[in-house]
Design a protein around this ligand. Sequence first.
Ligand code: ZN
Length: 508
Amino acid sequence: MTYPAFAERFGALNDLLNIANLLTWDFRVMMPPGGAETRGQQMASLMGVAQTMLMSDDTLRLIEAAETAVADLPDGATERLAVDHARAAVDLHRRIPAELNQRRAALNLTGQAIWADARARNDFGMLRPVFEEHVDICRRLADCIGYDAHPHDAMISIYEPGADTASLGALFAELRAGLAPLLAEIATAPEPRSDFLYGDYPEDRQRAFAVRIAEAFGYDFARGRLDTAPHPFEISQTREDVRITTRFHRNNIVSALQGTMHEVGHALYEQNIAPELTRSVMATDLLGLYAVGGISFGVHESQSRLWENQIGRSRGFWERNFGALHDLFPETLAGVDADMFWRAYNRVRPGLIRTEADELTYDFHIMLRVEMERRLLDGSLRVTDMPGAWADAMREDLKLDVPDDRSGVLQDMQWSAGQFGIFCGYTVGNVLAAQIHDAALDAEPAITPDLERGDCSRLLGWLTDHVYRHGRRDSREDMLHRVTGRGMDATPYIAALNARYRAIYALD
Ligand code: ZN
């Protein structure tokens, strides 16, 4: 009975982390503002219980007993992998001193509050000491985690195991070479008309369209719900309860469309984890202490981007769905056809704010951040020089001047919460979205005609079989080799962007 006892312990840990997710959802969707302080205490207490459970001597004994029990199973057996994952996570947590964890947790909370204030006042000086302490903590954390080449590698391994400074540097060089010339060509081409995207779009009808798209992609409302939140997100309490949020702006249809398709993509991943992995190590991020079925931040992002971009930005998608949108907003979209809408929806316009960036310029925002993280952690960039380095990078890549720090280094919350290493997952996600999408279409030719008829079920079925149902069983590299026959490859992504934007801007 040694393996069942191990499995039940990690099942209970998964329960606690799912409860934390529910508190987070409530905090971001339903909670009155007055609840913030006591909710913070509740979350801290709950996460303390989860941490204690994971790190207890009793749990260590359960892992040791389970290691003996599964030793004779074949290499790829799920039980054996589960015990290996648990052992690796506990060993890593045990290398980090409690004092460092406490200092980090305390600074994460105060850092986010100071960030909100500093951004409102456009005052980088307020945040500088927070960043300096975070960089110091991250360097110590990296020493505890261990790395071969660069302290940034250790931080990246928390969020995106399988990536490192060297592989990202090579990827970024390839992306710059593949995308910068296209961006330069577009800068001199006439812009498609897009004023109608910002006409009158009553919220209830936007919601009706969002539900229609979610259902068409295969989102199961019997195990989910769609709410509104200022910053859209997806969060799950096991595969049986996977919630999404979006936002509706009356004079902007783009925000709700992109937000809904993106979060539905995340949700399809979680809703289609194999039922037998529920409450298991394979549905738990034991490093980040987060209940989630996706392999890594980047792999999860690949599925939100696959549905949002590879499907939702395609010409075929709008040929099939524009009619329904037009029926909901006949006056706002009077005189607009599917082709005009598709071109407007994909308009490229370099901007200062990452979360508002179009598909083609998004990665430049990420590369700037990842390169800045690397230089901060190895000491080649001082915190005090961040605003200047930010301005230089924006001018170099997007030809934009940064008028103030609010539109520059102060725009994101992540670094104030100590998440140095998280940004690379967005670009990894973009790249993998195209690679996995192409692999699906190559492997199963019937997917394409089905999509042309508006039937996404065969694509969803393929993704479920090959990616979703496996949960966190495989490493990112093993999954990619199994699914695409090779490691991460930016070629399909660069080709997809060139094809889409050359068509939209009538280049060549
Ligand atoms: Zn996402």
